[in-house]
Design a protein around this ligand. Structure first.
Ligand code: MRU
Length: 362
């Protein structure tokens, strides 16, 4: 996607191949800056502190993190230690484990001297495949949006999204936002309700930033406004991403997603979840019982970051001194509340049969 006319990916191999460039998402939307990650430790720290975030992007960052570790020490012990270090940074998004396993399984059988280069090739392939999958999700989602729009001739299509499942969460295009970008570029009259997404406000800061750069009409709303808008006919569809999708189609996404799905069901509004295959965890069925939910620092709840009138990025305290906070970062929406899954292979029911129909060969 483009920023001020220049095409960007969220992550890239820097010249020389011994460091990784990323967009620093902690500074957005107020400052666009990039960072260089020179070691596995720096890659792990960038994932943990959410300099990079979003399920597909942390997977690619993890893959490059293994490469950086192997460039210093390509031994079996180093590979295992780097794998564990990176895998422990964020527990919910399965893309991280998936990408780490993919690189590890590719390089482990090789002589140590060949491992770093093989890891680089594999990480690059994961990044390129992510772009292709997200663009394909965009095409399938576009067809769906065109049908919804055709049923409302002459009216704006109002879509609500939660968190940031745009190009900043992936390598390019995004998952839930890819169909929106495709629809906008195809000339569809589309408007996006952007949930602010407390506590870290990925909607208000990142989704709004992306949509603004692409010229997509959008409005930021507080997380609790969605149900009200749905009751008053102002939402035609909900579309979100997922950090882990179970074999039977339960989806785990940013905290608050489940409440949007409940409100959508109560108001007969379609609730779509967009995902690449790398988000499916084929080893589990019951998302509520089986997906580990990351608990992040309570300080993300009790404090908030923003820009001061002087232009400095600053953090202020919201709640009284001494009031404890609790910060589960994700929740699970059961498959029964999901109208359809939009994948790179097409649109299917959120069910074991639906996923099997598309990925029976995997
Ligand atoms: O905590 P984050 O910002 O990494 O959470 C991101 C999300 O919840 C996205 O919706 C999810 O990763 C799917 S997006 C491609």
């Amino acid at each position: 996607m483009k920023i001020d006319g220049q095409a960007w990916r969220t992550i890239w191999l820097e010249p020389g191949g011994r460091s990784i460039g990323v967009i620093d998402q902690i500074q957005l939307p107020h400052q666009f800056t990039t960072r260089t990650l020179r070691s596995c430790d720096e890659a792990a720290e960038a994932i943990r502190t959410m300099v990079v975030r979003g399920a597909p992007l942390i997977g690619v960052t993890g893959a490059y993190g293994l490469m950086l570790a192997l460039q210093v020490d390509p031994s079996d012990d180093s590979l295992a230690a780097a794998f564990d270090q990176l895998n422990a940074t964020r527990p919910t998004a399965v893309n991280l484990r998936w990408a780490l396993e993919r690189v590890r399984d590719r390089v482990a059988p090789l002589p140590p001297a060949e491992r770093a280069e093989a890891a680089q090739v594999e990480a690059g392939a994961i990044a390129d495949e992510d772009v292709a999958m997200c663009e394909a999700i965009g095409e399938h989602g576009l067809a769906l949006f065109q049908k919804l729009a055709a049923a409302r001739p002459g009216q704006t299509l109002n879509v609500l999204t939660h968190c940031n499942a745009g190009w900043l969460a992936t390598v390019d295009w995004g998952t839930a936002l890819a169909p929106i970008y495709k629809a906008h570029r195809a000339g569809l009259d589309i408007h996006v309700w952007v949930d602010e997404t407390r506590p870290r406000n990925q909607g208000a800061s990142l989704t709004a930033y992306e949509l603004g750069r692409e010229g997509v009409p959008h409005t930021v709303i507080v997380d609790n406004a969605g149900g009200h808008l749905m009751q008053h006919g102002q939402v035609d569809a909900v579309i979100v991403g997922t950090d882990r999708t179970t074999r039977r189609g339960d989806v785990c996404n940013k905290i608050g997603t489940y409440l949007k799905a409940l409100a959508a069901r109560d108001n007969n509004i379609p609730f779509y979840v967009a995902l690449p295959a790398s988000t499916i965890d084929w080893s589990i069925d019951d998302g509520v019982a089986e997906i580990p939910i990351e608990a992040r620092s309570p300080e993300e709840v009790t404090h908030i970051q923003g820009r001061s009138p002087e232009g400095a990025i600053t953090t202020v305290q919201l709640s009284p001194d001494g009031s404890p906070g609790f910060n589960p970062a994700f929740d699970v929406t059961p498959a029964r509340l999901v109208t359809a899954l939009i994948t790179e292979r097409g649109v299917v029911a959120a069910s074991a049969a639906g996923l099997q129909e598309l990925y029976g060969d995997v």
